[in-house]
Design a protein around this ligand. Structure first.
Ligand SMILES: Cc1cc2nc3c(=O)[nH]c(=O)nc-3n(C[C@H](O)[C@H](O)[C@H](O)COP(=O)(O)OP(=O)(O)OC[C@H]3O[C@@H](n4cnc5c(N)ncnc54)[C@H](O)[C@@H]3O)c2cc1C
Length: 522
């Protein structure tokens, strides 16, 4: 079944126009059908709350009702690809960060784009001219799944969003894949699989995010230990800048100065529109092997990873809280009881669990302190690998605020960063008086360190103020303890405040050179 990305992502947005209210679904993947009620019930127990449904997931757009019509802009786009209706404009002005979802929920008025265009390869230049002639700036929209505030435009900017969904051509020669930037994960992977290949790149947002978005945010997929981040896959990139098209040679490696791909990876649309890219196709694995281990503590698990000689395709080590939620939330079957008794016998019932998935080989290294705990937890992780955000949707609807922040840091700093960040969350909780839980896991593994990913849930009366306070507290702790601003979420407006001004200057120089006149200038 072909789920065209619009059908899949926008039309399900159940646009509802009551006589006096305009609302639109703003939760990520609102049609993910995995039922996470058991997990939700367990989290409610942890909070000692029984909440009735308080929100239907519809963003409140009432303050836009008086917005002037932008229909007159259609004349600049005779290709009939312009949309000026309020809902389309609003949905191209928000990403999927918790801050943006919460702002929509409480009806905060944010600046929105003046219209949206949908170019294809034949009319992209005409559409750019249309934007220039209309006196507007451009904002590039891929799958809309960024969580870093990429679409937050400044008030009064006059911006047109360029939706890349029609730039979705694909061709494969040997093990080289060339595709348009608007192609989504499933479209790309299906075509690759037909040639015995895989793109090897599987972010949790795989079903909705696009090749152009992956490159522009320097995304990192769940199998990065084997395939690397998107930067490892890209062979060449074709970018349309305000000075014309530039691209890399399609060669395995080129040492001839700064490459286009290097410049635009992580550029978040500031150096031009990525029209397409050529990426590596990896051989499809014949078999996947699943395993899991439990450790008495998260710290012991981290020590074991440090000593590994070879990293599995997927490795996720959850801290004790994340492990407990994963273990305690499922149905109480006989098998589960036997499993829990076994963990108890081995002294790891309240410990930290590591799951592994390996392509084409069985992991056989001895893990110091690791108790083997069967393939089952890893299989469950793989089953839910793209549907877990449905649990966040249930939490949102019941008045909780789920959020995530992630970083990477060197091995010698990681335990301290973890402990201090958890403590900073607790201090924020005491200071502001909200209730919360914080979880963490280690995922992407590098030779010199790893990504540590924090997921936290808060319940608060002053929701937006407290959410912003917690984010700032956690970010300050991450940076103080030697972490990256982000391992893979890009930098958007929510993170650029943490950038070194000299580095920003360097990035702006390229922006001024390559993308003057029609960038949105966030
Ligand atoms: C539930 C969930 C799970 C996620 N899991 C992961 C994960 O596992 N790993 C990970 O790294 N990230 C993850 N993300 C974040 C997000 O999916 C990634 O940042 C992704 O790469 C964004 O792709 P997109 O196509 O949705 O881009 P968009 O959100 O549309 O755009 C992101 C930025 O890229 C720019 N851009 C998009 N297309 C182009 C183009 N063609 N040319 C130039 N600039 C462009 C935009 O202007 C914007 O600045 C997740 C997000 C969610 C909501």
């Amino acid at each position: 079944m072909v789920f065209h990305y619009f059908l899949y992502y926008y039309i399900i947005l159940s646009i509802r126009s009551y006589s006096y209210s305009v609302s639109v679904s703003v939760l990520y993947g609102a049609n993910i059908d995995r039922d996470f009620t058991e997990e939700f019930n367990f989290i409610e127990k942890l909070f000692s709350i029984h909440s009735e449904i308080v929100w239907d997931g519809e963003g409140n757009m009432n303050s836009y009702k008086e917005e002037e019509s932008t229909d007159e802009l259609a004349k600049y786009f005779p290709e009939a690809s312009f949309k000026g209706d309020l809902v389309t404009r609003y949905m191209h002005s928000i990403g999927k960060s918790s801050v943006e979802i919460l702002e929509s929920r409480i009806g905060l008025h944010i600046p929105i784009v003046d219209g949206v265009v949908f170019p294809d390869n034949s009319n992209i230049n005409a559409i750019i001219n249309g934007i220039l002639n209309s006196g507007k700036k451009a904002l590039i929209y891929g799958g809309g799944t960024n969580v870093s505030g990429c679409f937050r435009i400044k008030p009064g900017k006059g911006v047109i969003a360029i939706n890349t969904s029609k730039l979705n051509n694909i061709s494969i020669t040997g093990n080289i894949i060339s595709a348009g930037s608007g192609i989504t994960g499933p479209e790309l992977e299906k075509a690759a699989n037909a040639h015995g290949l895989t793109c090897g790149n599987f972010p949790e947002s795989f079903n909705y995010s696009t090749l152009g978005g992956w490159i522009a945010t320097m995304e990192n997929g769940q199998e990065s230990n084997q395939y690397g981040g998107i930067e490892n896959s890209v062979i060449s990139v074709k970018v349309l800048t305000s000075k014309g098209e530039i691209s890399d040679n399609k060669v395995p490696r080129e040492a001839a100065g700064l490459q286009v791909k290097t410049a635009v990876t992580g550029s978040e649309g500031k150096y031009g529109i990525i029209l397409g890219a050529t990426i590596k196709g990896f051989k499809l694995p014949d078999k996947k092997y699943f395993s899991s281990y439990s450790f008495k503590t998260f710290e012991e698990g981290i020590e074991a990873i440090k000593n590994m000689k070879r990293y599995p395709t997927v490795l996720r080590l959850s801290n004790e809280t994340e492990t407990m939620i994963a273990l305690m939330s499922g149905k109480n079957t006989g098998m589960k009881k036997i499993f829990m008794d076994y963990l108890g016998l081995r002294g790891v019932k309240n410990g930290a669990m590591m799951i592994m998935v390996n392509n084409d080989y069985q992991f056989k290294e001895k893990l110091i302190g690791g108790i083997p705990t069967t393939a089952y937890p890893a299989k469950m992780w793989a089953r839910d690998r793209y549907s877990r955000p449905a649990l966040a949707n249930i939490l949102w609807k019941h008045g909780y605020i789920p959020d995530t922040l992630e970083t990477s840091c060197q091995w010698d700093k990681i335990t301290e960063l973890y402990n201090n960040t958890v403590e900073s969350f607790r201090a924020a909780e005491r200071e502001k008086g909200f209730t919360g839980i914080i979880m963490a896991h280690i995922s992407h593994i590098y030779h010199t360190g790893a990504c540590i990913y924090f997921t936290y849930i808060i319940r608060s009366e002053n929701s937006l103020e407290d959410l912003l306070f917690v984010r700032k507290t956690i970010m300050n702790s991450i940076l103080k303890n030697g972490g990256a601003i982000t391992d893979h979420h890009g930098s958007g407006t929510l993170f650029s405040i943490y950038k070194n001004p000299e580095k920003l200057k360097m990035q702006n120089m390229l922006n001024d050179e390559l993308f003057t006149g029609w960038q949105d200038g966030q």
